[in-house]
Design a protein around this ligand. Structure first.
Ligand SMILES: Nc1nc2c(ncn2[C@@H]2O[C@H](COP(=O)(O)OP(=O)(O)OP(=O)(O)O)[C@@H](O)[C@H]2O)c(=O)[nH]1
Ligand SMILES: [Mg+2]
Length: 199
């Protein structure tokens, strides 16, 4: 594990908080992890032989020349006692076998979506719904796109009111922090509901 020189070596190790950044091809997962991470993020980018295969040519994804083949990894201190670990999934379906390992032990997930290619996020939404993993949907604001209508996104995804849908700019730290807060809020609400049901 990476250890910064200014990190005291005594005292208890910070509690890890693991969050997964998921979604379809080219929706900004690697960018999101890089924005949050205080260390140089670990990327597993590989050049694509054919540009944006299978993507209709709208939005930033059409300009991509690389794609994540294993995962993204970044970390940031939340406080003295909590360390955030972010794992970004590969976007292409053929790397789907990675997901179980990436998601194990996570507090929850952010499903990033491009409002112009909503269908790309269905596998991720299905995945987290089936596993009852707390998640939120974050609509990434790409250049040249109109402000997304979040109610319309909710309707299109047939998503219950319980699941927050927020808009985000994956390149902007204050914006991604808000998305992370929304996920933590959702995770807490789920934990409270479970505790109440068990009481
Ligand atoms: N305008 C804008 N562009 C973005 C944003 N996030 C990412 N991009 C651009 O969109 C492209 C795709 O971003 P990536 O972060 O590589 O997407 P990804 O989801 O990791 O892609 P895969 O790993 O291939 O699935 C890049 O060219 C980014 O510069 C954003 O919030 N706004
Ligand atoms: Mg990526």
């Amino acid at each position: 594990m990476h250890s910064e020189s200014h990190t005291p070596t005594n005292g208890p190790a910070p509690t890890p908080v693991k969050i997964v950044i998921a979604g379809g091809f080219g929706v900004g997962k690697t960018t999101f992890v890089g924005t949050v991470s205080e260390i140089e993020p670990l990327n597993t980018e590989k050049a694509m032989t054919r540009l944006s295969e299978g993507v209709d040519h709208r939005g930033a994804a059409s300009l991509k020349s690389t794609t994540t083949v294993a995962m993204d990894f970044g970390k940031a201190a939340l406080s003295r006692s909590h360390m955030l670990y972010l794992f970004g999934t590969p976007g292409q379906d053929r790397f789907g076998f990675m997901w179980d390992d990436l998601v194990r032990g996570s507090l929850g997930a952010i499903v990033l979506v491009d409002a112009q290619r909503l269908d790309q996020c269905y596998p991720a939404v299905d995945y987290f719904e089936h596993r009852s993993t707390p998640f939120i949907v974050a609509v990434n604001q790409f250049d040249g796109q109109a402000e997304p209508d979040l109610d319309q996104v909710r309707w299109a995804l047939d998503m219950s009111e319980e699941t927050p849908i927020v808009s985000v700019d994956a390149r902007d730290l204050p914006s991604v922090k808000l998305a992370l807060m929304a996920l933590l809020g959702r995770t807490l609400a789920r934990a409270r509901a479970k505790a109440a049901a068990a009481a």
